[in-house]
Design a protein around this ligand. Sequence first.
Ligand code: NDP
Ligand code: N5H
Length: 257
Amino acid sequence: MKFSLEGRTYVVMGVANKRSIAWGISKSLHDAGARLIFTYASERFEKPVRELAGTLERDDSLFYECDVTDDEAIKKTFSEIKEDVGVIHGLAHCIAFANREDLKGEFIDTSRDGFLLSQNISAYSLVAVSREAKELMTEGGSIMTMTYLGGERVVENYNVMGVSKASLDMTMRYLANDLGKEGIRVNAISAGPIRTLSAKGVGDFNSILKTIEERAPLRKPVTQEEVGDTAYFLMSDLSRGITGEILHVDSGYNILG
Ligand code: NDP
Ligand code: N5H
């Protein structure tokens, strides 16, 4: 197949469980022939990630702990990956965090610490990770991150995360400008609401999904698999002319007024 990912290696950051968007991405890349490298925030997630990866046909996946708030941990992770595989062809950044109390009520009540924590994990981490990953992308590459509509317009309760996603979106574009000359593309997928661990207990998710079913052009919520297949497109040469772009995988919801 012309756009197979055979012979290529991709780092996937942010698998927490089988509902994670990062897991949907992993499955699509794996099905296209890719080798996968998984990173997780803490030891706590090593076992579940290894178990999930164990369900894949290939058994050559690699696993590293990488807390993205820690520059030394990021450097260590990528130097180990360099030692273990040499070259990587892409990276999927599927990481975000904000304190639960900052994801309800009014944005104006966001604390300085809550604001900076969310920016640190959800936006700056893409800069830190890309700087290390680029050293391993000696054959060119594709970096992608996950964003949400709440970074483009005001969405109830998204609050501090909306500001972090706006920051992430511009981070993605500045990185695309820096890394283009090295043959590395940087893009984002803006996914519609998907029930994941992060989404658990935030807002009234049922009513958010109901609105999508009633109003989105495709009249249905998106799935991890749909996002995964778009990530495959972004990682493959099919998307070789695209960088600095946000692709909305949201059943068309973002076009509504
Ligand atoms: P998950 O809860 O499955 O994934 C979130 C991940 O963030 C976890 O794997 C968690 O790692 C990781 N993470 C948090 N803090 C750190 C840290 N300090 N270092 C490393 N990793 C960290 O949720 P989703 O799959 O929903 O989220 C993935 C991305 O998709 C996020 O950027 C989210 O904003 C975005 N998104 C989600 C949408 C949705 O509706 N679900 C819609 C649009 C965008 P660990 O488990 O190891 O702690
Ligand atoms: C408008 C909405 C609903 C309200 C806002 C939700 C925002 C969610 C994003 C962040 C990443 C959620 C988050 O940080 C939760 C944490 O406070 C608590 N959870 C955890 O610590 C778990 C255990 C770990 C695994 O989670 C993380 N993140 O590490 C937005 C929704 C319609 C769409 C949505 C859910 C978007 C999004 O960005 O995820």
